[in-house]
Ligand binder design. Structure first.
Ligand code: AMP
Ligand code: MG
Length: 319
């Protein structure tokens, strides 16, 4: 029997009972549990096989909750919350004592956001605790953007995937930390850096090694298909040099000649970066099912969401 269901009251019951429920968000599906339940939080790490040094994002139902969770809200953090929440921006701020150490991997800061999905906002309204909800995939594999992706990963491990349809944004939230009250980007994501700069001015992107401790979104290899995958800025040349293989293509718009190609996914016929982001992980799931020798992914334009997609593709193609 399928574990996918639209029954919010069943999800509420499970969560109140310290069990896990996969929940829809606008970015990817999350594997959610009560942040105050040690049982639920341990189950999140165990189910995902996620190393315990990787902190979890706390999901709250409204920005009013923020002051209950963090000790200090810099002016620019408040501005970002006011403009972008509910939405795919995660703020990392100094935690209050009530936030358990297993959520933050022992760090003194906590990552928090308000997800923009009607079903999950309704769910959060009806429970009296925030939800820890990392992506609902085994550690380092392709993130889930449809209920079926979660079911195929975890049907033996969890009782329910709350069905909210396909995720609209399709890649993880943009994570922003603060240094001397000034925002810095820890992870590129669904909110383009250009939009953030309109609100808080020029912002620095920290490279992976500068953000400590190493966290999943920061690891070199992540979001990876099982099939060998390469990233290229010269499609024709890469196809030629693998002409003896069963090739799958992940491309932005389209190419004129695909003679040697076994399977191809076009992210956006109209070169729309929003559409490309929303289709990215499902495309990788599909390609990974085709028994190919190699997946050749095309680099996208390096601005707006293209920058975030390129970040994910470069990690997915690290060996
Ligand atoms: P996920 O929920 O799987 O998208 O991953 C959560 C991400 O949030 C991690 O990869 C970290 O990069 C980031 N994160 C969570 N808490 C913190 C924190 N206290 N400091 C820095 N980064 C954090
Ligand atoms: Mg993840």
């Amino acid at each position: 029997m399928s574990i996918i269901s639209k029954d919010i009251s069943k999800a509420i019951k499970l969560l109140n009972n310290e069990e896990l429920v996969a929940i829809p968000t606008e970015t990817v599906y999350g594997l959610a549990g009560n942040i105050f339940s040690e049982k639920a939080v341990s189950a999140i790490f165990a189910t995902k096989k996620r190393p315990s040094f990787n902190p979890l994002i706390v999901h709250i139902g409204s920005k009013d909750w923020l002051k209950e969770i963090v000790t200090h809200i810099p002016e620019k953090a408040q501005r970002l919350a006011d403009v972008f929440w509910p939405g795919p921006i995660t703020l990392v701020l100094p935690k209050k004592e009530i936030i358990p150490d297993n959520i933050t991997a022992g760090k003194s800061t906590v990552a928090v956001r308000v997800p923009n999905h009607a079903v999950t906002l309704e769910l959060l309204k009806n429970i009296d605790f925030p939800l820890a909800a990392p992506s609902a995939n085994p550690f380092s594999s392709i993130s889930p953007t449809q209920p079926e992706h979660v079911e195929s990963y975890f049907k033996k491990d969890i009782k329910m995937v709350l069905d909210g349809g396909p995720c609209k944004s399709g890649i993880e939230s943009t994570i922003i930390g603060f240094e001397d009250d000034e925002p810095v980007i820890y992870r590129l994501g669904s909110t383009p850096i250009e939009e953030i700069e309109k609100v808080v001015g020029p912002i620095k992107i920290k490279n992976k090694k500068e953000v400590s401790p190493d966290a999943p979104g920061m690891l070199e290899r992540h979001y990876a298909p099982k099939t060998k995958t390469i990233l290229t800025d010269n499609l024709t040349k890469s196809i030629k040099s693998h002409s003896d293989k069963r090739i799958g293509l992940l491309i932005f718009n389209d190419i004129h000649n695909d003679d040697n190609i076994q399977f191809k996914v076009v992210l956006s016929e109209t070169s729309n970066l929003d559409e490309a982001a929303s289709k990215l992980y499902d495309a990788l799931h599909q390609l990974d099912e085709q028994e190919l020798d190699i997946i050749i992914a095309e680099q996208l334009p390096d601005y707006g969401l293209g920058k975030s997609i390129n970040d994910r593709l470069s990690r997915a193609t690290k060996s």
